[in-house]
Design a binder for this molecule. Structure first.
Ligand SMILES: Cc1ncc(C[n+]2csc(CCOP(=O)(O)OP(=O)(O)O)c2C)c(N)n1
Length: 665
């Protein structure tokens, strides 16, 4: 029998299937997700959890006229399958293929792009305001997770919904997990909503509405069953009852009011997010509501795939895996440890020796490597939820109390907290240590996740120290050095395996603002090229140096270590001696490390040309690997060597050569 999935390629098709057929479709979609992602990797768990919800959304609403705004949008794969992208689904996250997130340029059904958490409610409200201004009647649905609700912007939006519009549908997709287990008071509160009987009364007008549907009675029965046996139903969706002894205090505490209702939003739920008829009836009801409504939907991350159910954190997002066992491909023997693990383990050692050091993550214990600290020294570990601004301000507060907080945040997510970096950490000159993981490319995720702007956004801020290690041993030295500093310090390092050098037992202090000379000029007569590869670009720098040396050039190789303060003396020395200076960075060229060198040369009136190798002034797309993108954009040995030779053939370099020969003569 052919699959319904073969017949469904647009929301119109979804509307034509019977309930039973849709249920079959849901199973087929799950199989498709499990199969394709076993090869491409991706956000399996979140997507398995929203299969019924997405089908119900497309059954009830009609995109592109109606608008779905997905928070983070990593759970959008089912939506892609149902909106004309099924034929290309096996290209997801690969070079030239579908994006793993919502992308306006990819489909008219993606009305809003995202991949950072917490944006859906605000953006959806803006769309509602646009609709109201225009006087049109689109339905706007924001789908957001329980962890996204720990994000400040979500609350800023909620504060603003009721005064702004009458028609707004929010769907709280509650699975109790972010990437890791969701933490904090909001998570406890949601759990309380689920388990406290006083919240679980279905609204009377909802009941009346649902009864009008042919399957309305069945839907209601199911809803009531969930209501009565909430604990049983919850075990079904993997949720646990909340701790006892938290009864209401009558003043808006637990058991006496609902945050949503108090904010002027109608609240409905919690409902079983895998019960298709109930979802459809509830969404139909929401469509008729003349005031903003939030529907609390309970889903199970990884639903339908045992391996994902057993390990929600791993299956939130992962690389290729074996379908039968769920095992991911082991790293090739001899692969160095991941940067994040070197960082996490080093932080544990530093914390063990210095009790002023603490670690802070914004809901990313595994990705940042802070899970090592959580395990070893839980009382020195803080997970503040998906709340980067709060993470930085919290760190600043601790710093005023004599601590050295280490904020481990991906380069791309720290963008959220820029004002906190400037206004709080830098202006007050507080010794907060920022460890920026994923500084460089996140190839398969793409432009939302590439960490290519941090040097530019930190370099212009007074008091900040910014460094990049060439290898993992230097990373630990830099972390150690940062714990002795009295200023905000930033250390950037990339995603993936480190360089494979041994890490010393006892880290060493590095002099602030001092670069390291790896290889000086030989002065044996070749044309002089000074290479300055920053951080992880050292291996590219070494290859360029080797090739040029083999071709008879006289090459100096310097590890800059610091972007700020620059080692002005050393950079000037090599800059003046060389015919061409070359900076290499895993960062946009605009405002990056190379720009700092150009500024220095301008100030010092050094006329040596500077070849800046880095990412161009455009958003870099996603691709299967970092190498694909480096080749495309010229961050390669061949291109660097070619650019150097081209620069050396320019009149400015030629005149410098003549001048040097004259001097030497
Ligand atoms: C600003 C920001 N910080 C961190 C992340 C990393 N991140 C991606 S998904 C996710 C968890 C989202 O959880 P939830 O909203 O509950 O959705 P679920 O995956 O459970 O469906 C996190 C922390 C992000 N995307 N954006």
């Amino acid at each position: 029998m052919s699959r319904y999935l073969e017949m469904v390629d647009s929301p119109t098709h979804v509307k034509k299937l019977t309930l039973e057929q849709l249920q079959q479709l849901a199973e087929e979609i799950r199989q498709e997700l499990i199969t394709v992602l076993s090869k491409n990797g991706g956000h399996l768990g979140p997507n398995l959890g929203v299969v019924e919800l997405t089908i119900a959304l497309h059954r009830v609403f009609t995109t592109p006229k109606d608008k779905f705004v997905w928070d983070v949008s990593h759970q959008i794969y089912v939506h892609k399958l149902l909106t004309g992208r099924k034929g290309r689904f096996d290209t997801i996250r690969s070079t030239g293929g579908l994006s793993g997130f919502a992308l306006r340029s990819e489909s008219e059904h993606d009305c809003y792009g995202a991949a950072h958490a917490g944006t859906a409610l605000s953006a959806a409200l803006g769309i509602c305001a646009g609709r109201d201004q225009r006087g049109s009647d689109e339905n706007v649905v924001a789908i957001f997770g329980d962890a996204a609700l720990t994000n400040g912007i979500s609350f800023e939006a909620m504060n603003n919904i009721a005064p702004t519009t009458k028609k707004f549908i929010g769907i709280l997709n509650d699975n109790e997990w972010g990437i890791a287990k969701n933490v904090g008071a909001i998570s406890t509160y949601l759990n309380r909503l689920i388990t406290h009987p006083s919240y679980n009364k279905l609204a009377r007008d909802f009941e009346r509405f649902v009864r009008r549907f042919p399957k309305g009675d069945i839907a209601l029965k199911l809803a009531h069953k969930a209501e009565e046996g909430m604990k049983g139903a919850l075990t079904d969706v993997g949720l646990r009852p909340s701790p006892s002894g938290m009864e209401g205090d009558g003043r808006g505490g637990y058991g006496s009011s609902l945050i949503f209702e108090e904010m002027g939003l109608r609240y409905l739920g919690p409902i079983d997010g895998h019960n298709l008829p109930l979802l459809i009836s509830t969404l139909e009801f929401a469509k008729t509501c003349d005031r903003p409504i939030v529907i609390h939907v309970l889903t199970q991350k990884g639903k339908g795939y045992e391996a994902a159910l057993k390990n929600p954190e791993k299956f939130h997002g992962l690389g290729p895996y074996d379908i039968a066992t769920g095992a991911t491909l082991p790293a090739e023997p001899g692969t160095p440890p991941q940067w994040q693990d070197v960082f996490g383990q080093a932080l544990v050692r530093l914390c063990q020796k210095d009790n002023t050091i603490v670690g802070i993550t914004a809901a990313m214990p595994s990705g940042t490597g802070l899970k090592h600290l959580e395990k070893a020294l839980p009382n020195r570990y803080y997970d503040v939820g998906i709340a980067e601004e709060h993470a930085v301000l919290f760190a600043c507060g601790m710093a005023t109390m004599g601590f050295h907080p280490v904020c481990a945040i991906y380069s791309t997510f720290l963008q959220r907290a820029y004002d906190c970096i400037v206004h709080d950490a830098a202006l007050q000159d507080l010794p907060v240590i920022f460890c920026l993981d994923r500084a460089g490319l996140s190839a398969q995720d793409g432009p939302t996740h590439h960490g290519l702007f941090d040097i530019a956004y930190v370099r212009s801020v007074p008091n900040c120290i910014a460094m990049a290690p060439k290898d993992e041993d230097e990373l630990v030295d830099m972390m150690f050095t940062a714990t002795h500093e009295r200023h905000p310090t930033f250390i950037r390092y990339p995603r993936g395996p480190a360089e494979g050098v041994p890490v010393k037992e006892q880290p060493r202090l590095i002099e602030i603002g001092k670069a390291e000379v790896i290889q000086s000029f030989s002065n044996k007569g070749g044309r002089k090229v000074a290479l300055f590869p920053l951080g992880n670009m050292m291996s590219l720098g070494r290859q360029v140096a080797a090739q040029l040396t083999a071709e008879g050039y006289d090459v100096a190789l310097v590890n800059p270590r610091f972007v700020k303060p620059l080692d002005a003396g050393l950079t000037e020395f090599f800059g003046r001696a060389a015919e061409v200076t070359v900076t290499l960075e895993d960062h946009v060229v605009l405002g990056g490390y190379g720009s700092a060198v150009v500024e220095l040369f301008s100030e010092k009136r050094i006329t040596t040309p500077v070849v800046r190798v880095g990412w161009p002034d455009q958003f870099i797309e996603h691709a299967s690997t970092v190498e694909v993108l480096r080749s495309k954009y010229g961050l390669t040995v061949e291109n660097t060597v070619a650019s150097i030779k081209s620069e050396l053939s320019q009149p400015a370099a030629a005149s410098k050569l003549i001048a040097q020969h004259v001097q030497a003569g």
